[in-house]
Design a protein around this ligand. Structure first.
Ligand SMILES: [Zn+2]
Length: 292
């Protein structure tokens, strides 16, 4: 089944959410060990009904690949889990999703993609980098330059499974370009900036077009509750304190501006703004805003 495509405009860029799959069955308390789940239903937190999680209940995390079309480039931000990959976690093991059909439905063939931007190297962010062709993992996007933090590339090598089938083939094909650990503008209007904590080399991607800005936070946050309480990290964050500092830094800068935040995993609406209310940040989903 193909997903319905949600498309957004930022300046001259068109941004489409390609929903690859949803990760289900995470106990919310286990995913966010320091979160008081009652905070989720506190009206002050402003968490929408479709983003609520019951006490002891499961949390659903969509896996989103962002397709960005600018006047010059066809870009993917992160590449999901991928098909046919052997993974330890059952939810990711040997998937067979219609991701490439969904991309085609959005009007894009793999050969059209000229840039792949990776926020970090985790199982749900790099999978479609490659696909199995003639029994060999080859670049899914044969004309693309893949961009990834050099620090992330250095530190992920320990995760052999992902590295071998999704990273190494890109490097050996000569299509991987390392982004400076300090961050870097890779082309006009597209910038990587370090947001470490979830992983050591995690980077967010900032797109600026005709005075409008889109912020792709990767796994800076997994749920809007982390906007309300930036001290909440997921159990997958390697350095929770660093992740918290990154959230504070980013949310302080984005708060009460027109910058749209594009999340990878928020259930419900994936895109919104960071606003302040009563001295705290709040997630304001785009739909609510446009309904006003
Ligand atoms: Zn993720």
């Amino acid at each position: 089944m193909t997903s319905s495509l949600r498309t957004y405009r930022v300046g001259d860029a068109t941004i489409t959410a390609i929903h690859e799959m949803s990760i289900e069955g995470f106990d919310a308390g286990a995913l966010f060990p320091t979160l008081d789940l009652q905070v989720l239903s506190d009206p002050a937190a402003g968490i929408a009904p479709d983003q609520q999680v019951r006490q002891g209940g499961d949390i659903v995390l969509p896996v989103t690949v962002w397709l960005v079309r600018t006047l010059r480039h066809v870009i993917l931000i992160d590449t999901g889990v991928g098909n046919g990959k052997k993974r330890g976690h059952a939810a990711f093991n040997h998937l067979s999703t219609p991701f490439l059909q969904d991309l085609a439905e959005a009007g894009v063939r793999p050969s059209d993609v000229d840039m792949v931007l990776l926020t970090h190297i985790h199982v749900d962010h790099v999978g479609w980098n490659t696909q199995l062709i003639d029994n060999e993992w080859q670049c899914t996007f044969p004309n693309a330059t893949y961009h990834c933090s050099e620090l992330e590339l250095e530190t992920c090598a320990g995760d052999r499974e992902i590295f071998v089938d999704s990273i190494e083939p890109v490097i050996s094909s000569g299509r991987m370009r390392k982004v400076a650990a300090a961050g870097e503008e890779i082309v006009d209007g597209i910038r990587f900036e370090p947001t470490p904590g979830h992983t050591k080399g995690h980077m967010s991607i900032v797109l600026t077009s005709s005075n409008a800005t889109a912020y792709f936070g990767g796994d800076l946050a997994h749920h809007p509750i982390q906007v309300y309480d930036p001290s909440v990290s997921s159990k997958f964050c390697i350095e929770p304190d660093e992740a918290e500092r990154s959230r504070h830094r980013v949310f302080a800068r984005l708060a009460d501006t027109d910058t749209l935040y594009f999340s990878s995993h928020f259930s419900g609406e994936l895109v919104g703004r960071i606003v302040t209310a009563h001295g705290r940040y709040r997630w304001e989903p785009l739909k609510q805003q446009t309904m006003r």
